[in-house]
Design a protein around this ligand. Structure first.
Ligand code: CA
Length: 229
């Protein structure tokens, strides 16, 4: 079980965060001031730290900087105040991995935490490539986001899965059976025809001209291949 340390002096926020993370299945430790927080943050069993900036005794910047200076690489998400752009910049400079701006939605924070754990858990090979871009398409595998010409586009779970599988295996042609097996798995019954439908929908979202695809190419009689050139 992953253990999260929350360093936050505002009791209501701290308690709300503690509840949220416990409900999400994490083990949680808390600290209400900077010194106690720093001491706990050094413990090797902490997997991630939620760190407020304005804290009594020792502020969040100093905590983060001291951790990094001591070679402690535990991921840190900073809680920055609204409108304090400087906090965000400073936080990242001090070695924070991400930040959320107060007031934040619990869902947003949970998503950030999951993204960091995904990044940590992914194999080195995967983490080499967090972002794929080609021909106006940009896929961010950490945030599970996809952009076409800088605009965020919505993909269904299977569309994203298809795109990801094609990108990760872009050196070869993938046949429909493999896509069925790897993207859909055993739990859903689909036909090769389903693949073609999903590919068609995907092309409508990511190709400049879906009738003349340049990203997802058909390889006649075999399957599909993504073009990254
Ligand atoms: Ca505070």
């Amino acid at each position: 079980m992953k253990k999260i340390l929350i360093i936050e002096d505002e009791e209501l926020i701290r308690m709300a965060l503690e509840d949220d993370f416990r409900l999400e299945g994490y083990e949680v430790d808390i600290a209400g001031d900077g010194i106690k927080g720093y001491e706990k943050a050094k413990e090797p069993d902490i997997d991630l730290i939620i760190l407020d900036i304005m804290l009594p005794e020792m502020n969040g910047f100093d905590i983060c900087r001291n951790l990094r200076m001591n070679g402690i690489k535990t991921p840190v998400i900073m809680l920055t105040a609204k409108g304090q752009e400087i906090d965000r910049v400073l936080g990242l400079e001090m070695g924070a991995d991400d930040y959320v701006t107060k007031p934040f939605s619990p869902r947003e924070l949970q998503a950030r935490v999951r993204a960091i754990f995904r990044r940590m858990d992914s194999t080195p090979k995967d983490s080499e490539e967090d972002i794929f871009s080609s021909k106006g398409l940009k896929v961010d595998f950490l945030q599970y986001e996809c952009y076409k010409n800088e605009l965020l586009i919505k993909l269904t779970k299977y569309e994203f899965g298809l795109l990801k599988y094609l990108i990760k295996n872009r050196k070869r042609v993938i046949d429909r059976d493999e896509l069925l097996d790897k993207v859909w798995g055993d739990d859903v019954i689909v036909t090769p025809r389903t693949i073609d439908t999903h590919i068609a929908n995907l092309r409508k979202k990511i190709e400049d001209d879906p009738s003349d695809p340049k990203l997802i190419l058909n390889v006649r009689g075999v399957g599909y291949k993504i073009s990254s050139g």
